[in-house]
Design a protein around this ligand. Structure first.
Ligand SMILES: Nc1nc2c(ncn2[C@@H]2O[C@H](COP(=O)(O)OP(=O)(O)OP(=O)(O)O)[C@@H](O)[C@H]2O)c(=O)[nH]1
Ligand SMILES: [Mg+2]
Length: 351
């Protein structure tokens, strides 16, 4: 991170309070606190798959480059994605709820596990994507904005008797139903947290980059916070309102390729916004890789994976050094770099 961490009033503009829903927030906050303290009592989280996944994007053969844009990085191979999925497979020791914190100063400061944080406007799908990533309903999700009111941390990759390997943080949203104090604490976390390796900024694929997203992007650049964009709810772009859209999407190659083309055009348009030309003036831009995902549609009947989730898992492993580039216990157990014979061919379905 660049410079000395400090919070200025303009930094918080993106997290502006919308007081219309404050009463509702207070109520939700109390309820969430009591629920969270209940869940803190049991360290390991009950095994259950997210229940909101009812639809299927019926193409198991979509490649990472069909649904994401890689211009500064190398797209993952099927073996990388399989490795990432294995890493995130739920077990008795993963995922584990580590803490909920309303204030930055109450977060345990001496942990050693690398962290990644998910930020974005209220209702953009931050909590849902964490549930999809870890394969369990560990976060509260709601159609009403402002559901997540604290910084919630979940450890993954833990083994019996061992610490988690990576920590995922679900953050409160900014914009609608947000509160100024959430913004203050999130900014403190983003600027000061030494364990933070990458911040994932979620953008709703139907709405695109809004003014308050732009403000947050400027903050991330100004403070040199490593960040990457994920377009959420991509099922809406590929299949519209799911039921009708899916039929269309499955009907033929033409519909399918025109939707995918449309998505690629959207991603390309975002490039200059995410990486302004002069990084010496504007600060370092986002990683040259935009991922997309949905937590509402699976890739196939057989798979438990939502579309795009494996790509995000691999990105998290890269951000935290668990992709095999740094030798760790986990990477020794199963190397993502396999021999030529073991490596799946390009026709292997990618999830
Ligand atoms: N169609 C579709 N809906 C989604 C997707 N992800 C989340 N949703 C819905 O969007 C709403 C908000 O999801 P959340 O995960 O609670 O969003 P959030 O960003 O955590 O919201 P806050 O905690 O309020 O900031 C819920 O009704 C979800 O079911 C998706 O990929 N596709
Ligand atoms: Mg949430």
């Amino acid at each position: 991170m660049l410079g000395r961490p400090s919070i200025c009033a303009s930094c918080l503009a993106g997290f502006r309070n919308v007081s219309r829903l404050q009463k509702q927030q207070l109520h939700q906050s109390k309820r969430s606190k009591s629920n969270q303290s209940k869940s803190n009592k049991s360290k390991s989280i009950a095994h259950s798959l997210p229940t909101n996944i009812t639809k299927i994007i019926p193409f198991t053969d979509l490649q990472p480059t069909d649904i994401a844009r890689y211009w500064d990085t190398i797209p993952p191979e099927a073996s990388n994605l399989a490795y990432a999925d294995k890493f995130f497979t739920p077990s008795r020791h993963s995922p584990v709820k580590l803490f909920s914190a309303a204030k930055f100063r109450t977060i345990p400061f001496d942990s050693t596990e690398p962290e990644v944080a998910f930020i974005g406007r209220s209702n953009v799908g931050k909590s849902s994507i964490i549930n999809a990533l870890v394969g369990q309903e560990v976060c509260w999700v709601s159609k009403h904005p402002g559901k997540t009111t604290e910084m919630n941390a979940f450890g993954i990759g833990g083994k019996k008797g061992g610490e988690s390997k990576i920590v995922l943080l679900d953050m409160p949203g900014y914009g609608k139903a947000s509160r100024t104090e959430w913004g203050i604490e999130i900014m403190k976390y983003l600027q000061q947290r030494k364990q933070l390796r990458r911040t994932y900024l979620l953008i709703d694929s139907l709405h695109g980059i809004k003014d308050n997203d732009q403000e947050i992007l400027s903050l991330l650049r100004r403070y040199g916070i490593s960040h990457q964009i994920i377009l959420s709810k991509v099922d809406r772009v590929l299949a519209g309102r799911l039921n009708k859209g899916l039929k269309l999407f499955s009907r033929g190659y033409e519909v399918r390729s025109s939707r995918l083309n449309h998505l690629q055009k959207m991603l390309k348009k975002m490039e200059p916004i995410l990486q302004p030309p002069d990084s010496r003036v504007d600060g370092p831009g986002a990683l040259g890789e935009i991922l997309t995902c949905t937590s509402a549609a699976k890739v196939s009947q057989e798979s438990q994976n939502c579309l795009g989730v494996s790509n995000i898992r691999w990105s998290i492993l890269k951000a935290t050094g668990f992709d095999g580039s740094i030798e760790t216990g986990a990477s020794r157990e199963m190397s993502p770099i396999q021999s030529a014979e073991d490596r799946p061919t390009l026709s292997t379905p990618v999830q």
